[in-house]
Design a protein around this ligand. Structure first.
Ligand code: MOS
Length: 688
């Protein structure tokens, strides 16, 4: 098993790693956004101040025409400043450009915008307004068998409606862009999870060839999905640079991150389960509706896991979207399964209680040998091993019906984790120099997950060299393309591309494992040998259901008088394919579990019900876990090597860790208190 420390560590620790806003560009203009203070209606007039240092105020009258594009690649398909329509509070209505940041920010506060009446009256969708079945848009329904018949034949049924909150990604590095034009060549330094999507979007918006757009982004200070798609700030920075003829730097404020980079939307989900007395599922129904902006029907695909997790002859899922006068949601770690597993795994816990069957045993009895909906075999599925190993590590066998330590009610709960193993095209170039130095180039970002070390390991094992011989260059759209640092897809897809590129170098050199590549390059009279390699999902695995799995066990302590919840320990065991770098994988899952703790107990963006404005606009108002919240976290992986999912054997890991934690904690809270809380986050008043 390999454990390799990140090569990017020293640069980050010493502050020499450059993030988007760090790029030093001469003659740069500073931009400040003016954003809508109403949730709908129209911009009637923009009154532009004339204060020192202001070079231009750009609004719908002078921004120029941009070409309409869909979402994705855009975060939402409404391109800023192209119409006077307002779709949500916080939408950009003007950009101030000035010689200094202070001048731009000051002038932005003096821009006076007149709006038409907000009519029709806006709707912001409190959870009650998005009851299942009320959605305007409809995603396809998945259906197998006859759920009503399955429920009729069941000995026990459970039924409940669950809600999850609006949540914001809140990366430490806010989104930022520096853009400039040289003729019709556009260069941007931007904080993004996909230079490729940014490049595609900018080329389309400005109608220039893709190769005329260069996107630079080596490091990202956290994204969690908020930097996956292209949001208005990138478009506005590029447009403002074009209008002004200068380089433009636009850094989002923390407050703007709450409306201009997406969020995870509130969901309301109903799950109904039926089972025989010995715990075999006869029916599963999962209906879900999420809130989205009017601009686009963003679907939070919460019901996916329900179609592949448990064996049942009858399954029905349905997704709806409610269009509201709110900012647009976007995927947030972990999208879909993150909010979707809360109702399913809570309902499984309720069913276990109803049946008097241990919750771990109930999952084992319903493990699926093939994908229940599609009938496809799994590429590899070691959920039962995760359950067994997790129960052993946690000491689940010692669980008692009632456990207490003084004022603390103790609860042990568990849930299954699962995440779709996304795969996407990826490419890399590998070069071996005559002195043995190896360079790998790929347009991926280091977002904290440790991809450069992963690339070093794969290149080194394929070339038969030491990982420290491998230099990884990344984060420039001029390198071979990698789809994006999202969807937990990079370990599986980028590893395969690097492996293919390195194998191709070995072939060119006619090298055998163990040969000195430096000697072979030298003997050929060359300075270097290089090859490009790529990989795409159509190279294999289409006939399989490819998912990752895990089992999460949590201990909670609930203060019987105060309703405080503490989580002293969590055990997570995962089936995620081959683990390429133990130390990075362990770190990813630990972070994921902490993220899940936030979903379970803390994170909730409050919407002002009259204004349609998120009130939580800073990290004091949006509560995330801190060190003092976090107890012992025990992460491990079952042995696995999934060569169907990827030629490297990896399925990808990041977002799997954020799955299953919410319901495991909620189930533990039930075990401790007898209270079934069906709304996340669980708050003190839920337990008083
Ligand atoms: Mo993740 S929501 O795909 O960054």
């Amino acid at each position: 098993m390999t454990s390799l420390l990140r090569p990017d560590g020293p640069a980050k620790l010493t502050g020499t790693a450059t993030y988007a806003a760090d790029a030093q560009v001469p003659d740069v203009l500073y931009a400040a956004l003016v954003t809508a203070t109403v949730p709908n209606g129209r911009v009637v007039a923009v009154d532009k101040p004339d204060t020192p240092g202001v070079v231009a105020v750009i609004d719908h009258t002078n921004v120029g025409t941009l070409t309409q594009l869909p979402s994705p690649p855009l975060g939402h398909s409404m391109i800023p400043l192209q119409t006077t329509e307002v779709h949500y509070d916080g939408q950009p209505v003007a950009v101030v450009l000035a010689e200094t940041l202070e001048q731009a920010q000051h002038a932005a506060t003096l821009v006076s915008v007149t709006y038409s009446d907000t009519s029709p009256p806006p709707i912001f969708g409190q959870t009650a307004q998005i009851a299942p079945g009320s959605g305007l848009f409809k995603a396809p329904t998945d259906k197998k068998g006859d759920v009503d018949a399955g429920l009729a034949s069941a000995d026990k049924t459970v039924h409940g409606t669950y809600t999850t909150a609006d949540r914001h990604h809140s990366p430490i590095e806010p989104s930022a862009t520096i853009a400039w034009w040289e003729g019709d060549q556009l260069t941007v330094h931007t904080s993004t999870q996909s230079s490729q999507l940014a490049q595609t979007a900018l080329a389309g918006l400005f109608q220039i060839p893709r190769e005329h757009v260069r996107v630079v982004c080596a490091y990202v200070g956290g994204g969690f999905g908020s930097k996956g798609y292209v949001w208005p700030h990138l478009i506005l920075a590029a447009a403002a640079a074009k209008v002004s003829g200068r380089a433009v730097k636009l850094v989002m404020t923390r407050a703007q991150m709450f409306s201009l980079a997406g969020h995870q939307p509130i969901t309301s989900q109903t799950v109904t389960l039926g089972a025989t007395a010995d715990g075999k599922l006869t029916a599963i129904r999962h209906l879900s509706v999420n809130a989205a902006a009017r601009v686009d029907a963003f679907v939070e695909s919460t019901t996916g896991a329900t179609t592949w997790l448990y064996d049942s002859p009858n399954i029905e899922t349905d997704l709806k979207v409610e269009a509201l006068d709110k900012p647009q949601p976007t995927p947030m770690r972990a999208p879909a399964e993150g909010p979707g597993l809360f109702p399913l795994e809570s309902a499984m816990d309720e069913l276990a209680v109803e049946l008097g069957i241990d919750p771990v045993e109930l999952r084992m009895r319903n493990d699926a040998s093939v994908d229940p909906l599609t009938g496809k075999p799994f590429s590899s599925r070691k959920l039962v091993e995760c359950l067994t190993e997790g129960a052993a590590r946690f000491g689940w066998a010692d669980r008692e019906p009632h456990m207490r330590d003084g004022d603390w009610q103790i609860g042990w709960g568990m849930a299954v984790a699962t995440f779709g193993a996304y795969r996407a095209p990826s490419a890399a170039r590998v070069r071996v120099d005559s002195d043995g130095h190896v360079v790998v180039e790929s347009d991926m970002q280091e977002i904290g997950s440790g991809l450069p070390a992963m690339v070093q390991i794969i290149a080194a094992e394929t070339l038969g060299c030491d990982p420290s011989d491998v230099e990884v260059r990344h984060g420039d759209s001029s390198y071979p393309p990698h789809t994006g640092t999202f969807g937990s897809l990079s370990s599986g897809s980028l590893s395969a591309a690097v492996q293919n590129a390195a194998s191709s170098v070995m072939e060119k050199l006619q090298a055998q494992p163990g040969d000195s590549l430096a000697d072979l390059v030298d003997a050929a009279g060359l300075e270097f040998v290089e090859s490009e390699g790529s990989w795409a999902p159509d190279q294999g695995g289409e006939d399989y259901s490819i998912k990752s799995f895990g089992a999460v066990f949590a201990e909670v302590r609930v203060d019987a008088d105060l309703g405080l919840v503490r989580v002293p320990r969590i055990v997570g065991v995962y089936s995620a394919g081959r683990i390429i770098n133990q130390v990075a994988a362990h770190s990813q899952m630990t972070g994921g579990i902490i993220w899940g703790y936030g979903q379970a107990l803390l994170e909730r963006s409050v919407m002002e019900p009259r204004l349609g404005r998120f009130l939580s606009r800073n990290l004091a108002g949006y509560v995330v876990p801190v060190n003092a919240d976090i107890g012992d976290i025990d992460v491990s992986f079952v042995e696995e090597d999934d060569r169907i999912a990827s030629p490297s054997g990896a399925r990808g890991i990041g977002e799997l860790g954020a799955c299953g934690v919410g319901p495991a904690i909620a189930n533990a809270v039930f075990h401790a208190t007898g209270r079934r809380v069906r709304s996340l986050p669980i708050r003190i008043h839920d337990l008083l």
